[in-house]
Design a protein. Structure first.
Length: 309
């Protein structure tokens, strides 16, 4: 992270974003199950955007981020507002382009190397190929361990303008006390764990990585948010759970996404074939359905940029 080199400009754009701060996000088994962390919508807050310098080769891309929340907590973005004046009707008949961000978590935890060596696939190249074929901009939340296991893919994804690579921790361990039995990251190791993921992206040769962080299992608390705040990262959770984790059948995934999505939504899916084997088919079916309904698929950074007033 380039916290110390962040520039501030008097002319920087301001974000009008919906900040949803949940005291404890409903966690998701293996990073997605049920619950969306959509507890308690705060009033829209006007927050200054921060940009990291594009000239810093070793730093993240210059993308919109949110200012720290009250109490010195890292900001949490769950979904965007939809500013179209005439289009806020839930049935989507109001006209205008409706934004939606598909996000994919590349889950591989520390300690899972032996499973990968035995043939378990924590990656999903067919999914990436489908996203490219359908020209779907997407934000990929990779663990550092994932990038270490699949450096060629991390590099390829991380150099493709269709995508941006975001931080899903290095270890995929829990940043809150109780999170599906996942091992816990001690508080004094949290920032280091996140930084280590960025290090893995750098070593893989990824360039298009962004200062967005998603908690493993979706689990976090105020202590984790305060601990990560100095890193300058924006926490990006979701409002739509696809239910693709451990789903063998794409049908319920497709139905769930289409039933829950609304303009500005952030949808969580997975880029981990062994734990989410139906995701590629679900994406193949969801993407045209969303486009038919007037949605424009975009990366989280584009969704955040759309909040600029
Ligand atoms: Zn995960």
């Amino acid at each position: 992270m380039a916290t110390s080199t962040r520039t501030r400009s008097a002319t920087r754009p301001r974000l009008l974003a919906t900040l949803l701060i949940a005291s404890l996000a409903p966690a998701l088994a293996a990073c997605a199950g049920s619950g969306a962390g959509d507890a308690g919508r705060a009033a829209p807050a006007r927050s200054p955007a921060r940009a990291t310098p594009s000239a810093a080769r070793a730093g993240p891309m210059a993308v919109p981020t949110l200012a720290a929340a009250s109490g010195g907590r890292a900001p949490v973005f769950t979904r965007g507002t939809w500013p179209a004046k005439d289009g806020n009707r839930a049935d989507g008949t109001g006209g205008g382009t409706k934004p939606v961000a598909l996000t994919f978590d590349g889950d591989m935890a520390v300690g899972q190397g032996p499973r990968a060596a035995r043939g378990e696939r924590f990656d999903n190249p067919a999914l990436i190929a489908t996203l490219r074929r359908l020209k779907v901009p997407a934000t990929m939340f990779l663990t550092g361990r994932w990038a270490e296991q699949y450096p060629d893919q991390a590099r390829s994804i991380g150099r493709d303008p269709l995508f941006e690579v975001a931080n899903h921790s290095y270890s995929h361990h829990a940043f809150a006390d109780s999170c599906y039995g996942m091992p816990h990251v001690p508080q004094d190791a949290m920032r280091g764990d996140a930084e280590r993921a960025f290090d893995a992206f750098r070593r893989a040769g990824a360039r298009r990585w962004v200062p967005y962080f998603r908690f493993p299992g979706g689990c976090y608390d105020d202590r984790a948010l305060r601990t990560l705040a100095p890193s300058g990262m924006t926490v990006v959770q979701w409002d739509v759970v696809s239910g693709d984790a451990f789903a063998d059948d794409a049908d319920p995934v497709v139905r769930q996404v289409l039933a829950q999505v609304r303009p500005g939504s952030v949808v969580v899916l997975h880029c981990t074939r062994s734990a989410a084997p139906a995701t590629e088919e679900a994406v193949r079916r969801v993407v045209p359905a969303l486009r038919d309904r007037g949605y424009r698929l975009m990366k989280v950074s584009q969704l955040l940029a759309g909040q600029v007033r």
